[in-house]
Design a protein around this ligand. Structure first.
Ligand code: AMP
Length: 307
């Protein structure tokens, strides 16, 4: 199977109560790709500028991420995001967003990316997400993420993009904001009525909830005592989840989705232990599987009957 992702490729300035970084490698497609790389091949799509060099490519390549669909825009600058968290680490306060090379990016996918079985439209301008979806004629399963920035500025476009995907993964607050429904069950129902069969609400340190035709499932976050920087938690969750689904032939029955969420949460738990994607650099598949097994025992996930 194969997995492609479009999303931001970025430099992030991050400040949390536990420290700061001025220019960490980040972006939704980067966090996603690194997390998914533990399950198989992944191909990020997106532009970078002259400031994105060998050092950054090397982080991706070391994890086996295929970088052929990353477009270098001569004379351009890479997407830049600046955010801060206070003691409530669930909420990122955006201080600056510079789209830079994303400003007039027109994605042109390689044949391999078009043929990809699974596609993740990570957080980026929804028109771009839709253009990628339209080109991916070989895709069997397309999923999407977004955030308040795009709900506020490009709502209609986002609604159109949601109608052409199978699965939506968004923060619970953003699902409520998008649908103008304070009740999460109703908000998820409203998104499913737009077309997607599956909705997953990410709930930060409280975990994630799954809404499908067959039912509902809730998973707590892996209990951690050390959280230094939540940046990338959502994208590494999505990368672990989609990477696992890819490794399972793209199945989206409830039992497979529950396991995929458990892998997603496991990946996210490693991500938040350190800044940006620093923890990913040393992470191994054995560590992931060990924590997954431990998490499964804690949540008794295997005793939940599959629907
Ligand atoms: P999350 O996984 O939700 O914590 O997302 C973190 C990543 O989102 C950061 O590495 C940022 O570079 C990226 N990001 C922040 N704002 C935006 C935006 N408006 N569009 C796309 N990506 C963004």
């Amino acid at each position: 199977m194969s997995l492609t992702v479009v999303g931001s490729i970025a430099f992030d300035a991050i400040k949390t109560p536990f420290g700061e970084r001025e220019r960490a490698l980040g972006g939704s497609a980067v966090h996603f790709s690194l997390a998914a790389s533990f399950f198989g091949e992944v191909r990020p799509v997106g532009p970078v500028g002259d400031d994105f060099g060998e050092r950054e490519y090397e982080v991706l390549r070391r994890h086996g991420v295929i970088t052929d669909d990353i477009e270098h825009v001569q004379g351009g600058r890479t997407f830049f995001w600046k955010g801060e968290y206070d003691w409530d680490l669930n909420t990122a306060h955006t201080l600056d967003t510079q789209l830079n090379v994303f400003g007039d990016f027109e994605p042109k996918l390689s044949q391999e990316a078009r043929d990809s079985d699974l596609l993740f439209l990570a957080n980026i301008q929804p028109d771009l997400q839709r253009h990628v979806r339209e080109q991916s004629t070989g895709t069997q399963l397309a999923a999407l993420d977004s955030m308040n920035f795009w709900i506020e500025s490009t709502r209609e476009s986002l609604l159109r993009t949601i109608s052409v995907v199978d699965m939506v993964l968004m923060n619970d607050a953003e699902l409520r904001m998008l649908t103008e429904e304070p009740n999460l069950m109703r908000a998820a129902g409203a998104v499913r009525a737009m077309g997607p069969r599956v909705v997953i609400a990410k709930q930060g340190e409280y975990g994630a909830a799954l809404f499908t035709e067959d039912g509902f499932f809730a998973l707590p976050a892996y209990p951690l005592e050390t959280v230094r920087d939540p940046t990338g938690a959502g994208d590494s969750f999505a990368g672990g989840l989609m990477g696992y689904l890819d490794s399972q032939g793209g199945a989206i029955d409830d039992a497979t989705l529950r396991r995929a969420m458990t892998y997603g949460s496991t990946l996210a738990s490693f991500w938040v232990e350190e800044f940006g994607c620093e923890r990913a650099e040393r992470l191994t598949r054995d560590e992931i599987d060990e924590r997954y097994e431990q998490f499964k025992r804690m949540t008794a996930i295997e005793s939940v009957p599959a629907t």
